[in-house]
Design a protein around this ligand. Structure first.
Ligand SMILES: NC(=O)c1ccc[n+]([C@@H]2O[C@H](COP(=O)([O-])OP(=O)(O)OC[C@H]3O[C@@H](n4cnc5c(N)ncnc54)[C@H](O)[C@@H]3O)[C@@H](O)[C@H]2O)c1
Ligand SMILES: O=C[C@H](O)CS(=O)(=O)O
Length: 483
């Protein structure tokens, strides 16, 4: 492995400031999705280690929360600097275990680091308030206090940013954490723990438990009364399952779940910009992002022109091993992902969709061709399911009202996009779309300063922005007699 700092390749869980094997010595293999080669053997931890991590987080809590926000910020700033300084090695690890092109991986490391930088500062702004009393013999005020021990469960598609988007606000607020990363991508998570340790973040504040048995680790986290909060990023079905598990101990939860983003091209759109927007939104990370355009709704008057422009542009993608120069689209994460995309495309074709470009996986690999389908309709499964692959299904519509109805015809509500130039239309459509985030003439909407999150079955709460830290603190009301 071509790391300049080989010590960033870690094989064990990080618990209470120590690197730990599984109690029974079991390990699991991490594979490179681009080549199928094994990358590393990693500790296959489960209930025992998770319980150890919860205890470590509990024991570290009082000292960590007693620090001033400024002192915690200094630790986070150090972590930010180390992530930045090791960007290339972290990006290589990410491309190796997740598959995304190295340029995208470099971008994600910077994006992930930006949350650490942002919340180091936001932690200093956890203000309370003094409230004018209704009784002259009382004084009323509120203070903000950390929730306590937080559990986080994160996905494989952004193996650094989905961790720091939770760990940074949690630690800044004074919480301690147990994180279970995806078994597909443990190496990035463990490298982040290595750098947090080097930043001097005290033992027990940040714990990473890696293992294949996500169900057991999850049950251990959600059933523990010590864990007061679960922050989950992943699919909606798993999110629903975890929400049910959290009910017994009435945990606070943050849920960043699945999407089914409409991408609407109106007849007054700048078609070249709209094509750029599709390339940025639909095909990023080989279509494996929660905010990927999942349905491309095109008004009939510009449908053919837009389709020609899009097909032309999508042909420019270079599919291959993300470490190779010039490659800008990598493999899907595993065979199950390939099977899901192949099923959705086959069903669409059998229901009348046309393949304008691509339409199949490369044989005996996890590479799926950048694809454009036309004549897709709302009667097809592909319209209703998160594709999580580089497939753009084009759907024709006639009126603005029809576009809004088609866009909102889903239980999901994470991100939506539309391209138009008429200002009245922009306001009407922005307000009518039932989504947490809307890109207007823009296909890339994610950053650390804006509130990221969805409505309906796409989630609960927001990450990033000045709101993201509220997910990790409680408001306490103090009523003081001055009689
Ligand atoms: N809204 C967002 O911010 C956001 C961001 C990234 C990904 N996602 C969503 O995540 C999904 C892709 O990621 P994925 O395939 O890793 O999702 P997933 O739900 O399969 O897994 C997510 C995490 O949950 C764990 N997990 C799975 N089953 C579990 C169980 N029974 N108990 C406890 N933990 C369990 C996994 O090991 C992994 O760590 C997509 O639906 C995508 O839209 C959403
Ligand atoms: O997959 C979901 C991530 O949140 C993608 S993004 O990079 O934050 O847009």
């Amino acid at each position: 492995m071509q790391l300049s700092d080989p010590s960033l390749l870690c094989h064990q869980s990080f618990i209470d400031g120590k690197w730990c094997d599984a109690a029974d010595g079991r390990q699991f293999t991490v594979y490179n999705p681009a080549t199928g080669e094994s990358l590393a053997e990693v500790a296959d931890c489960a209930q025992i280690e998770t319980e150890q991590a919860i205890r470590a987080a509990q024991e570290a809590l009082n000292e960590w929360r007693a620090l001033t926000a400024k002192v915690r910020a200094n630790y986070l700033r150090q972590w930010f600097e180390l992530i930045q300084a090791n960007q290339q090695d972290l990006a290589i690890l990410m491309t190796l275990e997740q598959g995304k092109a190295l340029t995208e991986a470099q971008g994600e490391v910077a994006y992930g680091a930006s949350f650490v930088e942002w919340f180091a500062e936001e932690g200093k702004r956890q203000y309370g308030e003094v409230i004018p009393a209704t009784n002259s013999k009382q004084r009323l005020l509120t203070i903000r206090q950390p929730i306590g021990v937080v559990a986080a469960i994160t996905p494989w598609n952004f193996p650094i940013a989905m961790i720091t988007r939770k760990a940074a606000p949690a630690l800044a607020a004074g919480c301690t954490m147990v994180i279970k990363p995806s078994e597909e991508t443990p190496l990035c998570a463990l490298a982040l723990a290595q750098l947090a340790d080097r930043a001097g973040i005290p033992a027990g504040v940040l714990n990473i438990v890696v293992g294949r048995d996500s169900k057991v680790i999850g049950e251990t986290l959600t059933s523990s009364s010590i864990v007061r909060k679960l922050s989950f990023t992943g699919s909606t079905p798993v999110g629903k399952f975890l929400l049910q598990q959290c009910a017994d101990t009435v945990k606070r939860t943050s849920m960043e779940l699945g999407g089914n983003a409409p991408f609407i091209v109106f007849d007054d759109a700048d078609l070249d910009k709209a094509v750029e927007g599709v390339l940025a939104s639909k095909y990023r990370n080989s279509g494996q992002t929660c905010v990927c355009a999942n349905r491309i709704l095109v008004q009939s008057g510009v449908y053919d022109a837009f389709c020609e422009k899009l097909v032309q542009a999508v042909q420019s993608f270079k599919l291959g091993n993300g470490l190779e120069p010039g490659v800008n689209m990598g493999p899907l994460i595993n065979q199950a992902a390939i099977d899901k995309v192949e099923l959705l495309v086959a069903q669409a074709i059998s229901a009348g969709a046309q393949v304008r470009l691509g339409g199949q996986a490369q044989t005996d690999s996890l590479f799926y061709q950048p694809t454009v389908l036309t004549e897709v309709s709302a009667e097809m499964d592909i319209f209703h399911h998160e594709i999580f692959g580089p497939v753009a299904p084009l759907v024709r519509f006639d009126s603005e009202q029809q576009a809004i109805e088609l866009a909102n015809h889903t239980p999901f509500g994470l991100a939506a996009y539309f391209y138009a130039r008429d200002m009245s239309r922009i306001w009407r459509v922005s307000e009518a779309l039932e989504y947490g985030m809307v890109g207007i003439n823009e296909g890339l909407i994610s950053n650390e300063v804006a509130p990221f999150g969805g409505v309906k079955e796409s989630g609960i709460g927001r990450e990033g922005s000045r709101h993201g830290i509220d997910e990790y603190s409680e408001i306490k009301y103090l009523c003081m007699s001055v009689d």
